[in-house]
Design a protein around this ligand. Structure first.
Ligand SMILES: N[C@@H](CCC(=O)N[C@@H](CS)C(=O)NCC(=O)O)C(=O)O
Length: 207
């Protein structure tokens, strides 16, 4: 069984949705925060960075990094059709945009939500947040250009990357404004959420 350490609405939502879409045998453990906001000691022992998502594989191998989980799981369950074939042109595109999303929009989100972690100067928080919001806008615009007519990043074929992109949409400071600016991102989001198994994971996460 796969064990996913999670926080509702956080970066664990995409791997959770992918586990569901793949029909994997998995359980979710929502990590409780301590009164000071930190994670409990047991979680630091599993993942020294104490971040969600953390995925423990059936053989007890620990995975961190949400993008790696998406790529790994989609390959492991080919029947789910969430990853293009290794060596194909679609595969190059798929890997490009999966890593892009994790390296850009996810990181901008972290600066937006946790500005205090990005400077030793408490006065810097507002500037960090403002710059992160600007960066996120620009990064979504690039993604929208790549998406084109879509509805998915690979065209008609949905993949793990679309689940990940849909998760990032839920973190936009103003999701409706994002969708109004980029109707193709709304179309992608709605198409991903039209799957009942993914919608159920969104609901469990309070989305
Ligand atoms: N690069 C990591 C980032 C994971 C990450 O930063 N997760 C956030 C939640 S979205 C977290 O656990 N932050 C620690 C905290 O909230 O205390 C990944 O892609 O999995």
């Amino acid at each position: 069984m796969y064990t996913l350490y999670a926080l509702n609405g956080a970066g664990s939502m995409a791997p959770e949705a992918l586990l569901a879409a793949c029909g994997a045998d998995y359980k979710v453990i929502v990590v409780e925060r301590m009164p000071d906001g930190s994670f409990p000691e047991y979680f630091h022992r599993i993942n020294p960075k104490a971040e969600v998502p953390t995925l423990v594989l059936p053989d007890d191998t620990v995975m961190t990094e949400s993008a790696a989980m998406m790529i790994y799981l989609a390959d492991l369950f080919p029947a789910a059709g969430m990853a293009p074939a290794i060596g194909s042109a679609a595969r190059a595109r798929y890997l490009r945009w999966q890593v892009y999303l994790a390296a850009t929009i996810y990181m901008s989100d972290l600066r937006l939500f946790y500005p205090a972690r990005f400077s030793t100067d408490p006065a810097a928080a507002d500037g960090i947040k403002a710059k992160a919001a600007q960066a996120m806008d620009a990064e979504f615009a690039i993604y929208s250009s790549a998406l084109g007519e879509g509805p998915f990043i690979l065209g008609a074929q949905m993949s793990a990357v679309d689940i990940y992109a849909a998760m990032l949409c839920t973190w936009a400071p103003d999701k409706e404004a994002l969708f109004a600016r980029h109707p193709n991102i709304r179309r992608m989001y709605d198409a991903v959420l039209s799957r009942p198994d993914i919608k159920a994971v969104w609901t469990r996460n309070g989305e």
